[in-house]
Design a protein around this ligand. Structure first.
Ligand SMILES: NC(=O)c1ccc[n+]([C@@H]2O[C@H](COP(=O)([O-])OP(=O)(O)OC[C@H]3O[C@@H](n4cnc5c(N)ncnc54)[C@H](OP(=O)(O)O)[C@@H]3O)[C@@H](O)[C@H]2O)c1
Length: 345
């Protein structure tokens, strides 16, 4: 299947911007759907990219914009809910995680079916699990399972579309799912957040300091997506993506402090204190730093079962090779982010 035209949801974000740039550099036609065109203004300048303002939660809008596409990539995800809910409750009481991580993938599958799109890449996350204590991980796990099931049905009956009705709810789709650990790179929210905290406070009480991560570089994640589009070996597969080394959260924060020249005392908090810190931070105005749900998510390690997938013919970059350059950068953008943070915005 030759992929030439791709529709991306979440293309304006941290991973999306990188992926759209790589696809455009390969000469592919990319359509980015964004709730606010303004947020994707960097992408508008790329020659083969069109940014369309759309409500991605509107089923008809998805069908309209998927028409004529060879592939769809869904990167949409959130780490915090504005409207908090429980994914196991009836829909009226469900929150944003359910809407974004479960209902949206379902609508994407439906729109692929309606428009005959045969290739779907889906962004999940390490730790995604329908049985997790974290609502984020639960919802990601349910969404991932929906997408996998659509791909599985196709593998069981490759010719289903010759016998049955045309494209029903994901039938006929070649699906690939990605589950990265925490992603780093210029513009990340994880390491950059700790850099800002280390600049602001002389001492850092740290929740879940022993939880383990294998940070993976944003350009490598984007390249794995781009490389898989045409690679039939990746059809129906789920890939965990991790960087070459595993760190505890405490080690990561200490490393960031070293890189930016702010070696601070980091005080690891026990389980209960971590919980209470997460709970207290839920009341912080402005951008959320941490919630109890994040704390639950961090209680399982965020590391891969195996090494870098052999289908992707490159080695992932190390944190040490990339992070110093952008963490140390004293750019207007970095200063702007610091001001926003100190103004609680
Ligand atoms: N960053 C990480 O460390 C990491 C690790 C593992 C997995 N992931 C997953 O990777 C994906 C991309 O992450 P990212 O870091 O690039 O995220 P991001 O920078 O926050 O971008 C997410 C994109 O999703 C769209 N979006 C956000 N909330 C939405 C909502 N309520 N309804 C519809 N669209 C919404 C936004 O697009 P518009 O504003 O343009 O509409 C935004 O561009 C997510 O699925 C995330 O769960 C990320």
């Amino acid at each position: 299947m030759k992929i030439q035209r791709i529709c991306i949801l979440g293309g304006s974000g941290f991973v999306g911007t990188q992926l759209v740039s790589q696809l455009a550099a390969r000469g592919l036609q990319v359509r980015v759907l964004s709730r606010r065109r303004e947020t994707a203004k960097e992408l508008i300048l790329l020659p083969t990219v069109e940014v369309i303002e759309a409500d991605v939660h509107d089923q008809q809008a998805l069908i309209q914009h998927f028409r004529g596409m060879d592939a769809v990539i869904n990167l949409v995800g959130i780490l915090h809910e504005d409207k908090v809910g429980r994914v196991d409750l009836p829909s009226a009481r469900r929150g944003d995680f359910q809407k974004v991580h479960v209902e949206l993938p379902r609508k994407v599958l439906h729109a692929c079916g309606e428009t005959g799109v045969r290739r779907l890449l889906h962004m999940s996350a390490l730790g995604a699990n329908p049985n997790s204590r974290s609502a984020y991980q639960r919802s990601k796990g349910i969404g991932e399972a929906l997408v996998r099931e659509a791909g599985r049905r196709h593998r069981e009956d490759e010719n289903w579309y010759l016998n049955g009705p045309k494209f029903i709810h994901g039938y006929g789709l070649y699906v690939t799912i990605f589950r990265p650990s925490v992603i780093f790179g210029r513009g990340d929210s994880f390491l950059s957040m700790f850099a800002r905290l280390l600049k602001a406070f002389p001492v850092l009480p740290l929740a879940a300091a022993n939880s383990r991560f294998a940070p993976v570089y944003v350009e490598d994640v984007a390249r794995a997506f781009a490389d898989s589009l045409d690679n039939t070996d990746t059809y129906g597969q789920t890939y965990e993506l991790c960087g070459p080394r595993t760190y505890s959260l405490g080690e990561l924060v200490a490393y960031v402090g070293e890189v930016i020249g702010k070696k601070r005392s980091i005080i690891p908090l026990g389980e209960w204190m971590s919980y209470f810190q997460a709970w207290a931070l839920e009341f912080k105005p402005g951008k959320k730093l941490m919630t109890r749900d994040n704390f639950y998510a961090m209680s399982t390690d965020n590391v891969c079962q195996g090494g870098w997938p052999s289908e992707f013919d490159f080695a992932p970059a190390s944190l040490e090779a990339i992070a110093p350059e952008y963490l140390r950068a004293d750019t207007p953008r970095a200063r702007y982010e610091d001001y926003r943070e100190s103004a609680h915005r």
